[in-house]
Write a protein that binds this ligand. Sequence first.
Ligand code: ASP
Length: 304
Amino acid sequence: MAVPTIVVHGGAGRVAAANQETAVAGVREAARRGHEALRRGGCEAAAIAAVRWLEDAETFNAGRGACMTEDGRFEVDAGIMRSRDLRSGAVAAVRDLADPILVAQAVMEHGRHCLLVGEGAEAFARARGVGRFGRDGLWTAKAQARYDEATAGRSGAVGQADTVGAVAIDADGHLCAAGSTGGVLLKAHGRVGDSPLLGAGLYAHPALGAACATGVGEAIMTHVASYAALLAATRGLAPDEAAAEVCARVATFEVGAERATCGIIMLTPRGEVGIAHASPHMSWAVARGEGEPDLRAALRRDPG
Ligand code: ASP
């Protein structure tokens, strides 16, 4: 038995001052909705409810509001894993898909494969009538402005926050991790980040817990960040320390002249929460409790 808990993140990186309030309100609302679903439908329903809401919220780099590739397309990644039977599903580099977490869930339910990419993922989704396709469902003026600024060389493409993810534990002690992203701004056509990759972007296991990572995908893959954080907690580190240790390791990876950003949210099998980031900001929220949840949300793990 565990205290039903959901932890949500809205991306590790730098959040512009004008977007900070919206980002915190967004993850708070996602956690509230996730917790409601947690009580009714368990950990998987909770993680999906939170991530789906964030995909539709245009502040975040997932679904509506996703960032663009270097040639101005939308190509999204998403993944989900649950501890109960170690089943998982993911999609990557799928064009113009506004709700990729639902297609990832369909891949998991179908059960034959864990990860489908590009046109194959789209064909799978269309055959099952799941997923909303169309550029209009993702395009926002903000994403266009970011793309225009970055291609004109007026702003950097690295370290922009806003990817989304959630980990949840239900009253039965089952765990689920899920994440969704447009990836990194100006990525190459066909580039896949960590978010759909087991061990790197997410992981859930009955004896280890559940974790979800955000930040520079190449650095997170290199350090298998989600799995590494869960393992670190089994060595006796408090969950916050385990997450922080791995974030610090990931941040030693350099992208151009900058250090990689990384954020990790996690839950142990007993429902203890771990949150850490090596980045200026990471919006996060926790909703925890048997009935009405205790709800906390902020833009940084540490004050200051
Ligand atoms: N990890 C994501 C990626 O590399 C981006 C992010 O979390 O901001 O695709």
